[in-house]
Design a protein around this ligand. Structure first.
Ligand code: HGY
Ligand code: MN
Ligand code: MN
Length: 424
């Protein structure tokens, strides 16, 4: 007899109820801002640990601040299928980016346990804590810890208030010295799966609830510092100014032009901090960030060369200093073909009206870090107008339930492929 599994509508209601609980925790009242190692992150991690335990997982908050939950297979220590995503958010972010994937994993684990299904592997759910890389200049640091690619220099990085990551981690209850031990040995993870809103318009435009990610675009992020000469806004003649802000503004427009000129590329200046930031002072310095991406790694490399050339020319012409410090570089990451097929089978078992639409991801994900040590794949879920990294991020309860059900069916598909006798 086929396993008794909850319907997509039941799973959707459970998902939205759990998200309502999780999204109570924010560092900014009235907005959803949950930065890595913040008080809200700690509260969210505790909530997530509790939800994992209710789902039958043995859970703990690890040395880097991720929440890990695990249920053993027929005997302890077997390789695991890991379902993961992140519970940190951008500032004033959406309710579903990352959070949905963690809740989906927990609900899938719970439904498989409730159906009395014995999987031929361990099942894990992981809630990473530093996917957005908003607070510290790191790059997927908590999933990199599991992948054995944690850069120890990240521990000495500082946030905008000068707080050192190492100190914030200790205050959070983490353990800098315990991070290296989080690295999983080769073969310990059979597959990494992630559910995530698409954060783009394709699925909605095509009337598809879910889709399968083929590859994740390459990306690079850097901090840029422009140094000119502060001066009195009323007395320094225009011809004598070394205005750091107008130089930085010209560089921001140059980044935009470089992105437009490269195939399917994007370029963004998201942080822009003039110093001293006073109405009547010619800015002496500006710190800003650049984020540029493209489907191919070589395109990102070409963009970086163009950025250095154009920014250097602008700085020389305007007589200002320039420092470009890259802090995050992720290569284009293809998703495992075997797992894409398992997701397609999971979609087919979930609903005949669903299709296995393939599409690339312009957004970065923890799956990029996990793909370094195991096969990884992602299920995209439709979101309204493709809006994300915004409080306007929205999706339907039923689509959330469909995604959870697809994740359940995909895990069962992998179990069957590994020899488990699961009817259906
Ligand atoms: O920026 C990104 O691509 C991801 O949302 N952190
Ligand atoms: Mn995300
Ligand atoms: Mn995001």
């Amino acid at each position: 007899m086929s396993p008794v599994l909850p319907s997509a509508s039941v799973l959707g209601a459970r998902a939205f109820a759990a998200l309502a609980g999780l999204n109570r925790f924010s560092d900014e009242p009235g907005k959803l801002t949950r930065l890595y190692l913040s008080p809200a992150h700690r509260q969210a991690a505790e909530f997530t640990k509790g939800a994992m335990e209710v789902a039958g997982l043995t859970a703990f908050i690890d040395a880097a601040g991720s929440v890990q939950g695990r249920r053993e297979g027929p005997r302890p220590g077997l390789p695991a299928v890991v379902i993961g995503s992140h519970i940190d958010t951008v500032r004033d972010g959406g309710r579903y980016d990352g959070n949905l994937g963690v809740i989906a994993g927990i609900l899938a684990a719970q439904a498989i346990r409730d159906a009395g299904i014995v999987l031929p592997f361990a099942l894990e759910v992981v809630a990473f804590g530093d996917e957005e890389t908003v607070r510290f200049p790191t790059s997927l640091s908590t999933s990199s810890a599991l992948a054995g690619h944690y850069d120890a220099a990240w521990l000495d990085s500082r946030d905008a208030d000068g707080v050192v990551l190492r100190d914030a981690l200790v205050a959070f209850g983490g353990d800098p010295a315990g991070i290296a031990a989080l690295a999983r040995p080769p073969g310990a993870i059979r597959a990494y799966l992630e559910v995530h809103i698409e954060q783009g318009p394709v699925l909605e435009a095509e009337g598809e609830a879910v889709g399968i990610v083929t590859t994740i675009n390459a990306q690079c992020r850097a901090r840029v510092r422009v140094t000119g000469e502060a001066g009195h806004a009323g007395t320094v003649p225009m011809a004598l100014r070394k205005d750091a802000l107008t130089a930085a503004a010209e560089m921001a427009l140059a980044l935009e032009a470089i992105a437009v000129a490269h195939d399917q590329a994007v370029g963004t200046v998201g942080v822009f901090r003039p110093d001293p930031g006073a109405t009547n002072v010619v800015p002496g310095a500006v710190e800003f960030t650049i984020d540029f991406r493209a489907p191919l790694g070589e395109t990102v490399t070409a963009m970086e060369a163009a950025i250095r050339a154009r920014f250097g020319e602008i700085a020389a012409r305007r007589g200002v200093g320039l420092e470009i410090v890259p802090y995050s570089r992720e290569e284009a990451t293809p998703m495992a073909a075997e797992l894409q097929e398992a997701l397609a089978a999971g979609i087919a078992r979930t609903g005949s009206n669903l299709s296995a639409r393939r599409l690339p991801s312009g957004a970065g994900h923890d799956a990029m870090a996990m793909a370094r040590i195991c096969p990884a794949a992602m299920l995209f879920v439709r979101c309204e107008k493709g809006i994300s990294h915004s409080p306007l991020e929205a999706m339907s309860e039923l689509d959330a339930g469909i995604a959870v059900r697809v994740m359940i069916e995909t895990v069962l598909e992998l179990a069957r492929r590994d020899g488990a006798a699961i009817p259906g």
